[in-house]
Design a protein around this ligand. Structure first.
Ligand SMILES: CC(C)(COP(=O)(O)OP(=O)(O)OC[C@H]1O[C@@H](n2cnc3c(N)ncnc32)[C@H](O)[C@@H]1OP(=O)(O)O)[C@@H](O)C(=O)NCCC(=O)NCCS
Length: 267
């Protein structure tokens, strides 16, 4: 980190960034001429940007200070990565501070993805078109995030996870390794809906998805609910209470209809 002449939010080219000593470019990395860099955060603090060997940065990508791309990572057209968060969220004001944003080797950010500062994306993971990863989200290795997901602040997603398109993961959700979400799954962390109605802050309780849990398309998972290891939630369910490990639950509200062993055999 350093104080430089760069103004908060000022965009510069790769050449200008290199001249300021803030660009580390690996062998064979390619940066489209229309990609821009924003070294300084809203507080004027500039951070170096590392682009390892073999990375590819597409047209009109915007890369903020503190981004580190591992070998062979791909940042496609129009991606925004490392953007400092500003504004009010429940009980917290984000001042536009930058942070290290780490994209591990061979990961791909597909065109239109938006990745905020402080996010970590694991090796060989794919982040789909128009998917939004808010501040301090972590995503493991070999995970596939489909297009049009909203992944709110500090959500933790494990290794080998698959999220089909169009889902909403509320802040601080936890998806353990090998979780599968169908399309359009909604998660909720606030029971009371008291946004700015009183001085009291809502007690936020995100849902949790244990190892290998599967959730059918169009389901809604309410605050604090735990979907157990290898449990299966049917399409269109509204899940209001915990689903035990290995159980199959569906309906509105969801009820347990069967229990399965870890290999999927019903009983
Ligand atoms: C829940 C599910 C696994 C049940 O499969 P199953 O055990 O083979 O159940 P069946 O198809 O034999 O249906 C059993 C009964 O449950 C009902 N049922 C099945 N799935 C249901 C669901 N999601 N919601 C409400 N009722 C459901 C069936 O209509 C049937 O009712 P009936 O006995 O009155 O005729 C499956 O229907 C499902 O929802 N899978 C999710 C698929 C998905 O979303 N994939 C994501 C891809 S991106």
């Amino acid at each position: 980190m350093s104080e430089t002449a760069f103004a908060p939010g000022e965009t510069v080219t790769a050449a200008e960034l290199a001249r300021a000593g803030l660009l580390l470019l690996g062998v064979g990395a390619s940066v489209d001429a229309t990609a821009v860099f924003v070294p300084a955060d809203e507080q004027g603090m500039a951070r170096p940007i590392q682009i390892a060997a073999g990375c590819r940065i597409g047209a009109h990508a915007v890369i903020y200070g503190g981004v580190r791309l591992g070998e062979g990572a791909r940042v496609e057209e129009g991606v925004i990565v490392g953007k400092p968060e500003t504004g009010y969220a429940v009980g917290h004001i984000y001042p536009g501070a930058g942070a290290d944003t780490v994209i591990e080797p061979q990961a791909t950010l597909r065109s239109g993805a938006i990745v905020y500062a402080g996010v970590q994306v694991g090796a060989a993971t794919l982040v789909g078109h128009q998917t939004l990863l808010r501040s301090f989200v972590t995503v493991g290795a070999d995970t596939q995030l489909g297009h049009n997901l909203t992944v709110e602040r500090a959500t933790r997603i494990g290794d080998g996870v698959r999220c089909s398109p169009g889902s909403h993961l509320t802040s601080s959700c936890v998806l353990a390794d090998r979780v599968f979400l169908g399309a359009g799954v909604r998660t909720i962390n606030d029971r009371e809906l008291i946004w700015r109605e009183t001085d009291r802050q809502p007690e936020l309780e995100p849902p949790r998805f244990e190892y290998g849990a599967k959730v059918g398309s169009g389901s809604t998972i309410l605050a604090g609910v735990v979907i157990g290891e290898h449990a299966l939630v049917g399409a269109g369910a509204v899940v209001t209470s915990d689903v035990p490990a290995g159980a199959t639950a569906y309906g509105v509200p969801a009820r347990v209809h069967a229990r399965r062993d870890n290999a999927g055999a019903a009983s």
